[in-house]
Design a binder for this molecule. Structure first.
Ligand code: ASP
Length: 316
């Protein structure tokens, strides 16, 4: 049994209002990568670690998701990207914070994981490490899209006011408008029973410069062990304060995956942690729960089929 599941961020409040004009492109991106990478996982030519890395890279390249090119902009109008990756059987991990000129932050994290030490690098040191590993370097202006600039302009017009808290000021990517968080993540189970998880983000629109969310923090936004792999999305502060991804793994020692995941979302919610997650167990169980209006998500099935969804329903 192999599994590949992805998310492209959660967000919005209230009842599902249907797809926006940009949503078919997001769904097409997820469907394509799930079909290609799922097939390779199934025939054994791809392991879980490389599958989640390639899945996240594909979404980092899609400007409509909030990761890589198309990342949201911080309070100064700049891109600062976070990413992390973990492999289950040996708990190998890698993470980067505040990357600003690399096309694929998740690939830098992957190199750190493979190298084994250190686990985490921040800022220019992370970009420079990526250069040394052959990860493509890009002009920061290439990462910035018109859509994100427009979102930032709107944020600044509406939100920048004296006395506001940072959390009030920082918008999730799919907030405010229907297509507004777009953090991306992937979890996989390969033919050898190895699990892996990866998550990558530009953070939240208008985030304070230097703010670190849950995405690059092993145990908060990303976790994988021999039993389960997890990737989270949502207001990162609440996922950090509940060590959300690792909490799911602890819950799963004594309860089914679905319940273990729901308990995590129930715990983050009172702390302002609107969002969702994807998780796969070593038995091949998969859950993709969220408590926002939407979560972009998709799943490769062992029979070769792919399903994707945004609102409450998954479609084939
Ligand atoms: N968790 C991310 C962060 O707080 C945002 C997201 O998932 O959309 O940076």
């Amino acid at each position: 049994m192999v599994v590949l599941a992805v998310h492209g961020g959660a967000g919005g409040d209230g009842p599902w209002r249907g797809m926006t004009d940009a949503d078919p492109l997001r769904l097409a991106c997820m469907r394509k990568l799930l079909t290609e990478l799922g097939t390779r996982l199934a025939d054994g030519s791809l392991n879980a670690l490389e599958a989640v890395t390639l899945a996240v890279e594909a979404m980092e390249d899609e400007p409509l998701f909030n990761a890589g090119r198309g990342s949201v902009l911080d309070a100064e109008g700049k891109v600062g990207m976070d990413a992390s990756i973990m492999q289950g059987h040996d708990k190998a991990a890698g993470a980067v914070i505040g990357v600003s000129r690399s096309r694929h932050p998740i690939r830098i994290a992957h190199h750190l994981l493979t190298q084994g030490w250190p686990v985490m690098l921040a800022g220019e040191a992370a970009d420079a490490y990526g250069d040394a590993q052959g990860v493509e370097s890009v002009d920061p202006s290439w990462l910035k899209t018109d859509l994100r600039q427009a979102q930032w302009d709107k944020w600044r017009g509406q939100r920048l006011r004296p006395g506001a808290t940072d959390e009030d000021d920082a918008l999730l990517d799919h907030d405010g408008e229907q297509d507004g968080w777009g953090t991306v993540g992937a979890v996989a189970l390969d033919r050898d029973g190895v699990l892996a998880a990866a998550t990558s983000t530009g953070g939240m629109t208008g985030k304070p410069v230097g703010r670190v969310g849950d995405t690059p923090l092993i145990g908060a936004g990303t976790w994988a062990d021999a039993d389960v792999a997890v990737s989270c999305t949502g207001v990162g502060e609440a996922f950090i304060r509940t060590v959300a991804a690792h909490s799911l793994a602890v819950n799963h020692r004594s309860m089914p995956l679905e319940e273990a995941a729901q308990r995590v979302l129930d715990e983050v919610q009172p702390l302002g942690g609107r969002g969702g997650l994807i998780a796969v167990s070593r038995d091949g169980d998969v859950v993709l729960p969220f408590q926002t209006m939407l979560m972009y998500r998709g799943l490769y099935h062992e029979d070769g089929g792919v399903s994707v969804g945004i609102g409450p329903d998954m479609t084939a």
